[in-house]
Design a protein around this ligand. Structure first.
Ligand SMILES: Nc1ncnc2c1ncn2[C@@H]1O[C@H](COP(=O)(O)OP(=O)(O)OP(=O)(O)O)[C@@H](O)[C@H]1O
Length: 362
């Protein structure tokens, strides 16, 4: 997978631009607040159609009403244009000029690694569930569909519980058990490979404590219907669905203890990196192509060994964009970020026989 160019208009603090990206690593460096994260966020949105901001308006430049991003990308030898328009709280996606839904974009096109990933480890179960669900939804359109039906069913069932509609529960329970069982089954199956890949990545990061992924399930496919029936009174009193995959956690165990409670900051960042590398490998296995890798702030909180891991990972994919407050070593192209603009740096060391940059300018 390759991002040939990225165009943005009215996107956060970015000046309108079209940037061309070569194969290999593009390093983007600049001071805090220059727009480096915004650039990666725009690239991730244009490549996948995905964003995790709560309000799409946040992505639109202050004072404007609409924003636009466009990716020209190359996948398995063919070229396509993906466009995302943002306005009035809605997102409109097009591929080669034809309107599509998010799930119709290439689902394995990008992985985004950022310092906030530590929240996966230290934050609440909902963040880890979102990581797992978003990954599985990208691996399988069927999972995305079942998950969205399940989530709709939970909120409708909750409304019925709040309305005291006990008589309607058997209908909601039937849908909930059917959809929830499929979600639990897919999660369990996918976790086997995800666990292997995350453990490998954790070892490659030099961690002396083994990493194990497991599911803490609030029920099981076999017991789900019975659990719902036995907690009916409690659910009616609380007005919410007490059990099911929307309550489960992805437990990250480092050594003998849950990382969420016992890991140091650095260990937590390592676990998060291991999860992201596992995500990248799973997407590559599923779609037969390595995603574009977006790495935000490659040096944040990381010791030299872990920085080297990230830079090696960047070198293992056809294309990566790596940001930092300092230059990423070994980049094919370096962009200097300043006030939402990105300027290519002329390489200081000419290839043998090439004139110096100064000579070119003279
Ligand atoms: N909708 C918006 N409109 C205008 N500016 C915005 C909008 N959203 C965010 N910004 C601004 O964009 C600027 C750049 O943010 P960004 O996170 O990309 O910086 P960065 O280069 O990654 O910095 P750091 O090195 O601190 O991570 C911030 O000053 C922020 O206030």
């Amino acid at each position: 997978m390759r991002l040939d160019s990225l165009s943005t208009l009215n996107y956060r603090n970015l000046a309108p631009c079209t940037l061309l990206f070569p194969a290999g690593v593009t390093g983007v460096f600049g001071e805090n607040g220059a727009g480096k994260t915004n650039l990666l966020e725009a690239a991730f949105l244009a490549l996948t159609g995905l964003t995790d901001v709560t309000r799409l308006e946040q992505l639109v430049q202050q004072g404007e009403t609409e924003a636009y991003v466009r990716a020209d990308l190359e996948s398995s030898g063919s070229l396509s244009v993906q466009e995302v328009g943002l306005g009035r709280g809605r997102r409109q996606l097009k591929v080669d000029g034809v309107r599509v839904r998010t799930g119709d974009l290439p689902r394995g096109s990008a992985v985004w690694i950022r310092p906030e990933d530590s929240e996966l480890v230290f934050g609440s179960p909902s963040g880890r569930r979102a990581f797992l669900d978003s990954l599985l939804s990208r691996l399988s359109a069927r999972y995305a569909e079942v998950l969205s039906r399940y989530e709709r069913t939970v909120s409708q069932r909750n409304a019925a519980l709040r309305g005291g509609e006990e008589w309607a529960m058997h209908v909601w329970d039937e849908s909930l058990v059917r959809l929830g069982t499929e979600i639990m089954t897919v999660r369990r199956r996918a976790l086997v490979r995800l666990n292997e890949l995350a453990a490998e990545a954790n070892a490659a990061l030099g961690s002396r404590k083994p990493l194990t992924l497991s599911l803490a399930e609030s029920t099981t496919p076999e017991a789900y219907a019975q659990d719902l029936a036995s907690r009916r009174a409690e659910e009616l009193a609380r007005g919410s669905t007490a059990t099911g995959p929307h309550r489960d956690d992805l437990v990250l165990t480092l050594g003998d203890f849950p990382a969420s409670e016992y890991a140091s900051r650095g260990e937590g960042r390592t676990v998060a990196l291991a999860l992201r590398r596992a995500e990248l490998e799973l997407l590559a296995e599923r779609f037969g192509e390595r995603p574009v890798l977006l790495i935000d702030d490659f040096s944040a909180e990381l010791d030299p060994g872990r920085r080297a891991f990230l830079l090696d990972l960047a070198a293992s994919v056809p294309q990566a964009i790596v940001t930092g407050t300092e230059r990423a070593p070994g980049a094919a192209l370096t962009l200097r970020a300043h006030g939402g603009r990105f300027t290519p740096e002329v390489t200081a060391e000419p290839l043998p026989g090439e004139p110096l940059a100064e000579e070119v300018r003279a």
